[in-house]
Design a protein around this ligand. Structure first.
Ligand SMILES: [Zn+2]
Length: 786
């Protein structure tokens, strides 16, 4: 299929309001003397100077400020103040500026007009506006909101989105600071419903990043702020995707997206699509041609559909997209291809948030194999192509595919009732061949190992978390060396996972040993995402630990079931070190802030901290819950019941951290009721929103009486924590290699618990605290006491 381009470019250019926003010049100005604009947590004071206005949709919509102004931000919640302090050195920001551009659909104009008089437009205003427009159309930057004019258009045409205010200011200290107060979500690309944000955009600066992002002050005051607030215009329900992969890796296709209106009145829809896939045509269910916006790939290239009339909430619709482009698949040599556009190779909305059913059809060169999600319905030859059709009646959060000169190996596992497939190539990609001249590396030789690990992972997870619904899993090789990825029913493993130790040694030397853990763990980690990420999603970046941390925890379960106890010990020790070890600034990852801040934890002084929180600390949080729920007789049964209930309650939904704690609360046991309030508030406060890491010291004696009985007396101290920090700490004893939990102590704040005395049948070899990594402590207490 080849489409004639340029056709629709004229269509969208026709929208006069969009053009006015993109190209309009300031027409009139108001003098500003000590004008104060309060926008949620931000206050803009225009001390002197003027605002020059650009009109669109019969109203002033852009204001260019020249003069002297000050921007102040007073965070709505302590966590944000603390984060701002970490990145800027002050918990409340104050920044002077001499020029700024506001985009607004709120009452800014009327507010200023009531206290200002007209004056001629400052000749500098046009230049300030042009500079910003050039920048937005040239750079794709961190915290980018896409096409701001298209976002504004969406608000013009649907007042139900709420009135917004966006401030791009050229500060004296920070040259490109952007403050957003947008009811439908401040940063759409972040996928969070939070309405207020501050982003520092300084290309090539380590200060660049999201400095502030949270809900409205009014929502916090009313205690209604939530990561699961509904902000969607529409919810996708079904995708019918027809894709043609050309020999060189170019891709063309069409997608029919069925969806339901969520927010009534929506007319401008933001649709995710890789910018190099150029949209040729959009039509609706009536066959009408629909306008759209997709600017050049240099900058603000987000894709927006412009509907002729507003959508009704609850009503079903369909849109059909036709597109083609390159840079989707890259030939890496040796029959290996990398799939560039991970989730944006087809037009979609709310990827990873909506769960939709899929019909997929691929036409691809016959010499290669294409593997997709769902179930293979048919595979036929058509000349030099293979045509394959895939279907998923189970709703999926996202669809993907892999492609290459694959050899397939498959089994049916009667225990997990899963069909398992492994797809590997016979040759490594070019980039690896350079390191290994003369060696013959055949990833397919290791396919059997991957199959066994996949089978064991599924069995272990099904037992603990309940059945995953898909019934099929394809484990596929990708050319990337050190990361994997998981789609429902389809996993990407790095090529390194298919090389044996000798081959890795040949390539990496001593470095390869450090890599061994990653190789051992990548398969169980990615397979765990079938549950954590796909069967149960995560609501926002605040909750990503429910996906990555749970996958990491699951890896620990897999190691318990398949490896020596010492290997499990090493796994948790390593995680503990990643959380607590100090970097060159004397900062541990844990010092960067609470796990709840997710990927925002990466700051100049804590690079890489986010990963260490979301993965290892996330894993520890679940391990702590598991150990609190463990029963001496029934083991993990109660924990398993709770996890199965959590999966059932949140099936195909996106859980928040608070949803998870609610599931724990529902199944909580008396030893977990540490505040006597019959809730798990303490766990949220300490471990999800807090950063305390306790230290423990156990002083004890073992006295043998004349009749041979042994008496243990001990005193346990908790320190380095907030006054209201509560925890239950278990004491273990090692009787000839059998490590048994003999009791636990509840502690509050910095304290030494009353002396404990226990009579023992015999003398233990060792006395241990947290032998099962029951509590994440600042120091590894197992090592300490050994
Ligand atoms: Zn992961």
């Amino acid at each position: 299929m080849r489409w004639v381009p340029f056709f629709c470019v004229c269509l969208f250019a026709a929208d006069p309001n969009y053009r006015a926003l993109r190209d309009g010049a300031p027409t009139d100005a108001l003098r500003t003397e000590n004008v104060e604009l309060k926008r949620d947590a931000g206050t803009i004071t225009l001390k002197n100077g003027q605002l020059a206005f650009v009109r669109a949709n019969d109203r002033p919509a852009i204001a260019v400020f020249t003069g002297n102004g000050v921007f102040r931000l007073k965070p709505a919640i302590p966590i944000e103040a603390s984060h701002l302090n970490k990145v800027t050195g002050t918990p409340e920001l104050e920044e002077a500026f001499e020029s700024a551009v506001f985009f607004f659909t709120d009452a800014t104009y009327d507010e200023v007009k009531s206290q200002a008089s007209a004056m001629p437009v400052d000749p500098r205003a046009a230049g300030v506006l042009k500079n910003l427009r050039d920048k937005l159309r040239r750079d794709r930057t961190y915290g980018d909101i896409g096409n701001v004019e298209a976002e504004l258009l969406g608000e013009f045409y649907n007042p139900r989105r709420g009135a917004s205010f966006r401030d791009y200011l050229q500060g004296k200290k920070y040259g490109d600071l952007r403050f957003f107060m947008v009811p439908s979500g401040a940063l759409p690309s972040v996928g969070s419903p939070e309405e207020t944000g501050l982003v520092n955009v300084e290309p090539n600066s380590d200060r660049a990043g999201i400095w502030y992002l949270t809900h409205l002050k009014s929502e916090w005051a009313k205690n209604i702020a939530s990561s699961s607030e509904e902000k969607r215009d529409i919810a996708s329900t079904h995708y019918k995707i027809d894709t043609e992969v050309a020999k060189g890796g170019d891709l063309s296709g069409s997608t029919e997206m069925e969806f339901t209106g969520v927010m009534g009145g929506a007319r401008v829809l933001r649709v995710d699509l890789l910018p190099t896939l150029r949209v040729k045509r959009v039509t609706d269910e009536k066959g009408r041609q629909i306008e759209f916006i997709q600017e050049s790939t240099k900058g603000d290239d987000s894709f927006h559909v412009l509907l002729p009339e507003g959508l009704e909430a609850g009503k079903k619709y369909m849109l059909r997209f036709e597109y083609d482009g390159n840079k989707v698949l890259r030939d890496e040599g040796g029959g290996n291809y990398s799939v560039g556009a991970r989730s944006s190779w087809y037009p979609n909305v709310n990827s990873f948030l909506d769960h939709a059913t899929y019909d997929l059809k691929f036409r691809s060169p016959r010499q290669y194999t294409l593997v997709s999600v769902g179930k293979l319905i048919s595979e036929t030859r058509d000349g030099s192509n293979t045509v394959s059709e895939w279907k998923s009646e189970i709703p999926l959060a996202v669809a993907g595919f892999n492609y290459g000169d694959f050899k397939k190996k498959s089994i049916s596992d009667p225990q997990s009732k899963y069909d398992l497939e492994v797809y590997t190539t016979s040759n490594v990609p070019n980039v690896l061949r350079e390191f290994t001249e003369g060696m013959i590396l055949t990833p397919s030789a290791m396919a059997q190992n991957a199959l066994v690990d996949a089978e064991n992972s599924l069995r272990v997870y099904q037992k603990m978390f309940g059945d995953a619904p898909y019934g099929r899993l394809a484990v596929t090789q990708q050319p990337q060396f050190s990361f994997g990825q998981s789609w429902p029913t389809l996993v990407y493993l790095p090529v390194s996972a298919f090389l044996d130790g000798t081959q890795r040694w040949a390539m990496m030397g001593a470095q390869s040993f450090r890599f061994t853990e990653f190789i051992d763990e990548v398969t169980p980690h990615e397979i765990a995402h079938q549950w954590w990420g796909h069967v149960v999603g995560w609501a926002s970046y605040h909750d990503q630990w429910l996906s990555e941390g749970f996958a990491e925890f699951s890896t620990g379960l897999f190691l318990e079931a398949t490896r020596k106890p010492a290997d499990v010990q090493k796994f948790w020790d390593r995680l503990q070190t990643q959380i607590t070890e100090k970097n060159g600034f004397g900062q541990s990852a844990n010092d960067a802030g609470p796990i709840w801040l997710g990927y925002r934890l990466d700051t100049p002084k804590s690079p890489g901290a986010a990963r260490r929180m979301i993965y290892p600390k996330g894993a520890y949080l679940l391990q702590m819950i598991r150990m609190l729920m463990r029963d001496d007789k029934t083991g993990d049964q109660d924990f398993s019941d709770m996890m199965k209930d959590y999966v059932k309650t949140n099936l195909y939904k996106n859980a928040t951290s608070e949803d998870f704690v609610a599931a724990v609360e529902k199944h909580m046991k008396p030893p977990m009721d540490l505040e006597g309030a019959h809730n798990m508030e303490w766990f949220k406060r300490e471990w999800i929103y807090g950063t305390d890491l306790p230290r423990y010291r156990l002083e004890y004696s073992l006295k043998t009486s004349e009749d041979g009985k042994v008496r243990f007396t001990g005193k346990l101290t908790q320190s380095d924590v907030s006054a209201d920090f509560v925890m239950r700490v278990p004491i273990y004893m090692d009787f000839d290699g059998r490590v048994i939990r003999v009791g636990s102590v509840a502690l509050r704040g910095n304290m030494t618990a009353p002396e404990i005395a226990v009579n023992l049948p015999k003398k233990p070899k060792r006395v241990l605290l947290n032998a099962n990594h029951d509590v994440l402590a600042a120091e590894n207490t197992v090592k300490e006491i050994l």
